[in-house]
Design a protein around this ligand. Structure first.
Ligand code: UD1
Ligand code: MG
Length: 450
């Protein structure tokens, strides 16, 4: 059975007080919308439709980056959740199968929950995802009759008796596309909010003698984000879960609560992460590596046995081979560091490749940018780069080459050659003493005058 996802994301998100559409606010550095899309991806949807209103263009761009087949349906006016789903009708023309509706601001949905909803569809025409609410607050209440869901009553429209129900509507549903749109056609807006409620499809379906049920999940999975406070709380929960999962896998986190992870961070077993390390998106660290304190990594790959930091910065495209050493105050960007190579102190290596077992001395800089264009530096194997070398790209150094400390390399250096490019040293006997005497006399005159 094929499925289509409809992700509702048109709400204004007023309480975020933001120019950014709510669903683009990130949790673990990934927009909430992308979390929702990834959760839905477990169903291998044939089509994905995102219903957007405010900031449609920005939402479309983020959606396309994640899945270039995702379609955008614009809901010009937010007239309610049923009206929102109706906007997806054109995008689903010709689609036959199940539609799964989910919200763009619920980042904790687990894949197996969606699978259970689809499984429940075998015996039911319409499946709603419900949860036992610790504080049912303003959620829609699920009115059950045995396994049959009779209707959903919105808080605003509920009687005191109905408000006492704690089994609540998450907002997710699964239904055959044709059936769903036919049910939505019958939804009216004669309720307390004057909105077209998606929840009304339940009662309409029951009146047509269709089978409707509710599948339950943990409340934590249906957690929605409405404010920055919710966002921070959701991020904290996400971080706590992600850290726990890493510990469970065999990763050592010396001070777990100080390690900040991205949603896609991958770390292998027996790797040690020291305190205060930040992972941006797109980081993979293999087994048995060490990331020392106060390092910042994004878009990079760290191989087995590598040691990074303390105070290192790995930027996108940093590719560290096995047993490499990246030390304090070193920045690596778009550069491959081959096996056993060392960049231990105060260096910038960008748009470069560094060969195996090469040693980069303290204070080395690849001068990769001429103010207009970026250029590459290619360094061979077993090269020794002296401290404070400036490598003016584009430039290539052959295997076994060496640069003298303080050299500014502007031409290629062939294999096994030594490059020296600095002013010659000149020692002047007795000059230091003379200079000191002169300066001391000058200071004495000044102190007396004052
Ligand atoms: C909805 C449900 C309620 C459920 C609750 C769970 C309805 C009528 N009510 O209520 O039963 O317990 O969610 O959180 O469905 N949206 C649009 N266009 C619109 C209106 C909403 O895209 O015109 C989107 C919002 O961006 C949001 C989602 O739909 O992602 C839910 O809308 P919201 O206004 O939060 O519904 P609730 O009143 O919370
Ligand atoms: Mg809501």
């Amino acid at each position: 059975m094929s499925t289509a996802l409809v992700i509702l994301a048109a709400g204004k998100g007023t309480r975020m007080h933001s120019d950014t559409p709510k669903v683009l606010h990130p949790i673990a550095q990934t927009p909430m919308l992308v979390h929702a899309m990834r959760a839905g991806a477990v169903l291998s949807p044939e089509r994905t439709v995102i219903v957007t209103g405010h900031g449609a263009e920005a939402v479309a761009k983020v959606a396309a980056d994640e899945d270039d087949t995702a379609q955008i349906a614009v809901q010009e006016e937010q007239l309610g959740t049923a009206h929102a789903v109706a906007q997806a009708r054109d995008a689903l023309t010709g689609f036959e199968g199940d539609v799964v509706v989910l919200y763009g601001d619920t980042p904790f949905l687990q894949p197996d929950t969606l699978e259970r909803m689809i499984a429940a569809r075998t015996d039911n025409d319409l499946v709603i995802l419900g949860f036992e609410a610790a504080d049912p607050a303003r959620y829609g209440r699920l009115v059950m009759n045995g396994n049959s869901l009779e209707r959903i009553v919105e808080f605003k429209d509920a009687s005191d008796q109905e408000r006492a129900i704690t089994f609540c509507n998450s907002g997710l549903l699964a239904c055959d596309a044709k059936t769903l749109f036919s049910l939505i056609d019958a939804v009216e807006n004669d309720n307390a909010a004057g909105e077209y409620y998606l929840t009304d499809v339940v009662e309409i379906a029951r009146n047509r003698d269709l089978k409707v049920t509710a599948v339950a999940c943990d409340e934590a999975q249906t957690l929605g984000v409405n404010s920055r406070v919710d966002l921070a709380a959701a991020d904290a929960v996400f971080q706590a879960n992600a850290r726990a999962a890493l510990l469970e896998l065999g990763v050592t986190l010396m001070a777990p609560e100080t390690v900040y992870l991205a949603a896609d961070t991958v770390i292998g077993r027996d790797t040690v992460i020291e305190p205060n390390v930040v992972f941006g998106p797109g980081v993979t660290v293999e087994s048995g590596a060490t990331i020392r304190a106060f390092s910042h990594l994004e878009g990079c790959h760290v191989s087995r046995g590598a040691v990074v930091g303390p105070y290192a910065r790995l930027r996108p495209g940093a590719e560290l081979a096995e047993n490499t050493r990246i030390g304090n105050f070193v920045e690596i960007k778009n550069a491959e560091i081959a096996e056993g190579a060392k960049v231990n102190h105060l260096s910038y290596i960008g748009d470069a490749s560094v060969g195996a077992a090469t040693n980069i001395g303290a204070g080395t800089i690849t001068c990769n940018y001429d103010g207009v264009m970026k250029h590459r530096t290619t360094i061979g194997e077993n090269v020794f780069i002296g401290s404070n070398t400036m490598l003016v790209a584009p430039v290539t150094l052959g295997d076994g080459a060496m640069t003298a400390t303080g050299t500014v390399v502007t031409r290629d250096v062939e294999a096994d050659a030594l490059a020296v490019a600095r002013a010659k040293q000149d020692n002047k006997p007795g000059y230091a003493r003379k200079l000191f005497d002169m300066l001391k006399a000058k200071k004495a005159r000044r102190d007396k005058g004052a």
